[in-house]
Design a protein around this ligand. Structure first.
Ligand code: PEP
Ligand code: MN
Length: 352
């Protein structure tokens, strides 16, 4: 529900409206509009009952329902772009959203100390913005490598301490959220958990940014509803990630839904990135898909890379080598520039 205040409503009347809403346990989104009106969005279940109370308050010109089922992620009350900052745990800061595109790179899984440190070093050297690596792995088979768990988080923290790269890592269960939030800079919710509502609530209630992947059979509408869960539970810092959906096509692991990027960007203020690695599952296709995603307006990419792909314990076929990652970084700059995203200095550097 939205309360529209008349132009030039005095500050104390605005504050009284906000207080009345918050006192009843609802969230408030205030948007000062160019036409001098103020729109106050009321978010929460049962907000409708507040209608007559707000309608009678001084300064309130109109009360009407939201025109979207996901008012917090929608652009309706948020005309700007949300920029999500990764890295306040003594890491250098990466920003996702805004003019420059961002690159998150690293292995599918943290396997051992040398593997993650080697990867982290070249990921940093090539000018990427953040390091990825799974410590808790959601695997199709119970007999596949499940990740190192907390020991993997400690290795990621060591990689951050050495390179300064913020850490992005997946959390698969609500009971692990606290330990992952304590050690990582950004919590990834994997495709298989996009509609694990208890997990979405748990990451909504902790302070680190969330990288939310689209479920492999989820519609875009369901994807935005999932993001709304995280925001509704108090965390405004969500990055959406299109990682390929399951279609009839079997030649590639999944099908990258490029249209998802402009569709999402037109409806939400949240940053949108793509994951070309899981979208195709084969090394050779990662770069062209990454470029397509950036050309379509994505705010960045997340890609898998491994110092020795043949030895990777998971997703070896899609892991970029160091040289592949360098080649990808070289390719990104001109495409980003061509679509008005600017060419980050560090990409020019890795092209040198
Ligand atoms: C991953 O990023 O390693 C991963 C498991 O991705 P997804 O959830 O998209 O399959
Ligand atoms: Mn993977």
């Amino acid at each position: 529900m939205i309360a529209v205040l008349a132009p030039r409503t005095p500050l104390e009347q605005k504050a009284a409206v906000v207080r009345a809403i918050e006192a009843r346990g609802f969230q408030v989104v205030v948007h000062e509009r160019a036409d001098a009106t103020t729109r106050i969005g009321v978010v929460g279940s049962g907000a409708k009952e507040l209608g007559s109370l707000l309608g009678a308050m001084p300064g309130v010109a109109e009360v009407r329902p939201h025109s979207t089922p996901y008012p917090l992620v929608s652009r309706e009350d948020h005309p700007g772009e949300t920029r999500v900052r990764l890295g306040d745990q003594r890491a250098r800061t990466a920003r996702i959203g805004g003019k420059e595109i961002a690159v998150i790179a690293g292995p599918c899984a943290v396997e051992h100390r040398e593997q993650i440190l080697t990867a982290a070093r070249y990921v940093a050297e090539l000018g990427c913005d953040a390091l990825r690596g799974g410590a808790y792995k959601p695997r199709t088979s119970p007999y596949s490598f499940q990740g190192l768990g907390e020991a993997g988080l400690d290795l990621l923290a060591e990689a951050r301490a050495e390179t300064g790269l913020p850490i992005v890592t997946e959390v698969v269960a609500p009971e692990d959220v606290d330990v992952v939030a304590e050690k990582a800079d950004c919590l990834q919710i994997g495709a298989r958990n996009m509609q694990n509502f208890r997990l979405l609530q748990a990451v909504g209630g902790q302070p680190r940014p969330v990288l939310l992947k689209r479920g492999m059979i989820a519609t875009l509408d369901e994807f935005l509803h999932a993001a709304e869960y995280v925001l509704a539970h108090g965390n405004p810092n969500v990055i959406l990630c299109e990682r390929g959906i399951r279609t009839h096509e079997r030649a590639t692991r999944n099908t990258l839904d490029v249209a998802a990027v402009p569709w999402l960007k037109s409806r939400t203020h949240l940053p949108v990135i793509i994951d070309p690695s899981h979208a195709c599952g084969v090394r050779e296709l990662v770069k062209p898909l990454a470029l397509a995603g950036i050309a379509a307006g994505a705010d960045g990419i997340i890609v898998e890379t491994h110092p020795e792909p043949a030895k990777a314990l998971s997703d070896k076929e899609q892991a970029l080598t160091r040289d592949d990652l360098r080649d990808l970084m070289r390719g990104l700059g001109p495409v980003a520039e061509a679509v008005g995203r600017g060419r980050p200095e560090r990409m020019a550097r890795s092209a040198g």
